[in-house]
Design a protein. Structure first.
Lengths: 268, 406
């Protein structure tokens, strides 16, 4: 992606249209429709086990929807032929919950992998880009480390460097702050925000971390496990101030007054 | 929940830990747990508990009899559980109460625990706050033998279809490789060749030498009856080149490399690395399966040939050392017995087995679930699958050769 100075274009980047997700006969969420606009930090929130991560897997093309469509621009991800789909996949980078770094490769090789395969850059150029990306996430000098030699938070940041390797227009984050201490989580939030501002990227985050949701979310949807669909949408701070569904408010205010609910979602 | 916030509840939790620990110093002073069930035929039965309801006190009495008695209460009513002087209590008391509450709810009895110590009440309230979810019990219902058999057959069929599909994908990927369009890391191919080839030489050496020895001994016992010990050379040479060289190499490689492939790819699956590959636009078949497949196809004939020669050497050792056949005569006999066709058949088999080992190893890895035990299962079933396929394929090739007189 080239960073253009004049990018006030706020048009839709991703459109999800009446998406239904199911494992076999077990419906997880149904009739999800929402739009992610350029420059958004879009938060998918909801309690544990409501299908947030599954939604992410659908949006990045790993699980085929039971019904409904996912559009990138005007292209339907699941109707695209394999070449077109490859091109769409190239538009986004994904940071998986565990980082999902290739454990047999060093950090530099991890970040360099897509650059080597999908560009015609020379070795020297690739290694300079790799160093830059690692420096961007605060891992300068860790090029030759293997993922198992660094901490969980560092693995996550290295995963982010790899997700950004191809300068994607859209960055997906699956529970970015899970397993991080509050300060590292805060630093990661800041990093996400400054990446959005500097690169003009669109960010989609799946999380239930309230601090992150309020700090950086500009738009959101709330998935409810009982009615199996979206029960609130919009800027998280406005949801909190407006008169949203009590279930959403309970989530956003950590209110356990109706604590008869079990911890952690419905059985699969 | 509320109970936990009070200071009292906190103290009780500490007490719980203290009594629950196995090294508790008071273990020897503990009285057995004592219970009395009173007025059990009225609508207000009472259960009086006293003594030490602690884990360390068990073995002196158990609550099975109590449960049996409770089962026999048939009239609905309120079961009052009274504290008749409980000295120490821990998890044991709570688990007993929970068990009683389950029986009581089946018997339409209400439970009144209001006279229990406060800590017991709040922990009991926590444990019963969320009713046991009917959805949560999904113990597979016991099925009949025929149903199990049917399930197994369906699984087998599904596996066969999947293998077929996998074979097709691998073939497409091979075609892309030949045209130079497959996306993989060449260094991975070299690594795999190193890992499957040179690294396997010591074990192949040992096994092949021993198999040659065994063949020679088994044959010699029979052949010496006719004074035809010299034909040991024929037996070993033909046996090794046409069958045993390829078969033993394949079995070694399925245990060494097939299992490793399944475990490597399975672990990548657990760690979402395979998903990451897909999202980055790589085909997992190109990236992961292809280097392993090519490595085995390339390496297996060399290992097979090496195994043939080592086996013949083993046979020669037996012939020379135990049956006084001069080495030169043994070698002449060997070269008369086998021709290049025999070697060729063995080597073709080796490559074929290489394909089967790589495919079944990689397939089980790709199919692997996302738990640690799934990785172990994947490795096991990779070895089983590949050995079954190897033996079946070997029989088919032998049959074809026999029909074609080669």
């Amino acid at each position: 992606m080239t960073v253009t100075e004049t990018s006030p274009d706020k048009g839709p980047v991703i459109q999800v249209d009446r998406l239904t997700m199911a494992y076999g006969d077990h419906v997880i969420q149904k009739d999800l429709s929402f739009t992610v606009n350029r420059g958004d930090i879009f938060v998918v929130m909801g309690g544990s086990g409501c299908g947030k991560s599954t939604l992410l897997l659908h949006m990045i093309g790993l699980i085929k929807p039971a019904a409904g469509r996912i559009y990138y621009g005007d292209r339907d991800l699941w109707a695209a032929d394999s070449e077109e789909k490859q091109a769409l996949l190239r538009k986004f980078g994904v940071l998986f919950q565990s980082g999902a770094l290739f454990s047999s490769l060093t950090l530099a090789e991890n970040v360099a992998l897509p650059l080597n395969e999908f560009t015609t850059l020379s070795k020297r150029e690739v290694s300079s880009i790799v160093s830059y990306k690692l420096a961007l996430v605060g891992l300068a000098g860790f090029e030759s480390y293997y993922p198992s030699e660094i901490s969980g938070g560092m693995q996550k940041r290295a995963g982010l460097a790899r997700a950004m390797a191809m300068d994607p227009e859209i960055l997906y984050f699956d529970e970015p702050s899970a397993g991080l201490d509050p300060i590292s989580a805060r630093l990661l939030d800041d990093l996400i925000e400054s990446l959005r501002d500097a690169l003009g990227a669109t960010i989609v985050i799946v999380t239930h971390e309230l601090a992150s949701i309020f700090a950086i979310g500009t738009n959101s949807i709330f998935l409810d496990p009982d009615s199996k669909t979206v029960i609130a949408r919009g800027n998280p701070n406005e949801i909190l101030r407006g008169n949203a569904d009590p279930r959403v408010l309970r989530f956003l205010t950590r209110d356990n007054s109706a604590s008869s609910r079990s911890i952690g979602g419905s059985p699969p | 929940m509320r109970g936990f916030r009070s200071g009292r509840a906190k103290r009780i939790c500490i007490q719980l830990v203290y009594h629950g620990s196995i090294t508790t110093p008071v273990a020897n002073d503990l009285n057995p747990l004592i219970w009395k069930l009173l007025e059990e035929h009225s609508d207000r039965p009472r259960l009086v508990l006293s003594g030490d309801w602690a884990v360390s006190a068990t073995g002196q009495a158990d609550s099975a009899e109590l449960m049996g008695r409770l089962q026999q209460i048939h009239s609905p009513g309120i079961l009052l559980i009274q504290d008749g002087g409980i000295r120490h209590w821990d998890t044991l008391l709570l688990s007993t109460l929970l068990e009683i509450s389950q029986i009581a709810s089946r018997r339409k009895l209400e439970l009144d625990v209001s006279s229990m110590p406060e800590g017991v009440r709040s922990l009991f309230a926590l444990a019963t706050a969320v009713p046991s979810s009917p959805d949560a019990h999904h113990d597979p219902a016991p099925q009949g033998y025929l149903a199990d058999l049917g399930q197994a057959a369906r699984r087998f069929w599904a596996d066969a279809l999947y293998f077929n599909r996998f074979l097709g994908e691998a073939a497409i990927s091979m075609a892309a490789f030949v045209r130079g369009r497959a996306r993989y890391r060449p260094v991975d191919l070299w690594l795999q060749i190193q890992e499957c080839g040179p690294a396997a030489v010591p074990i192949v050496t040992m096994i092949s030498l021993l198999v040659g020895l065994i063949l020679a001994f088994v044959g010699a016992v029979q052949l010496s009856l006719f004074g035809a010990e010299l034909y040991i050379a024929d037996l070993v040479a033909l046996g090794m080149t046409r069958e045993m060289g390829a078969l033993m190499t394949a079995i070694i490689m399925s245990g060494r490399s097939g299992a490793a492939f399944a475990a490597q790819i399975g672990t990548m699956n657990v760690n979402m690395e395979v998903s990451a590959l897909k999202v980055m636009g790589f085909s997992p078949v190109d990236f992961l399966v292809l280097p392993r497949l090519i490595a085995l196809i390339l390496v297996m004939p060399f290992l097979g040939l090496y195994s043939d020669l080592l086996g013949i050497a083993g046979g020669a050792m037996v012939g020379v050392a135990f049956f006084d056949i001069p080495l030169s005569q043994f070698l002449t006999r060997t070269s008369e017995a086998v021709d290049l066709t025999d070697f060729f058949i063995g080597l073709v088999k080796c490559s074929l087995f290489g394909v089967l080992i790589a495919l079944s190893g990689c397939m089980r890895g790709v199919q692997c679930g996302r738990t640690a035990s799934a990785v172990g299962d994947a490795a096991t079933s990779a070895v089983v699958t590949s050995i079954v396929l190897i033996v079946v394929a070997d029989s088919i090739v032998t049959l074809i050769c026999n029909r074609l007189n080669i």
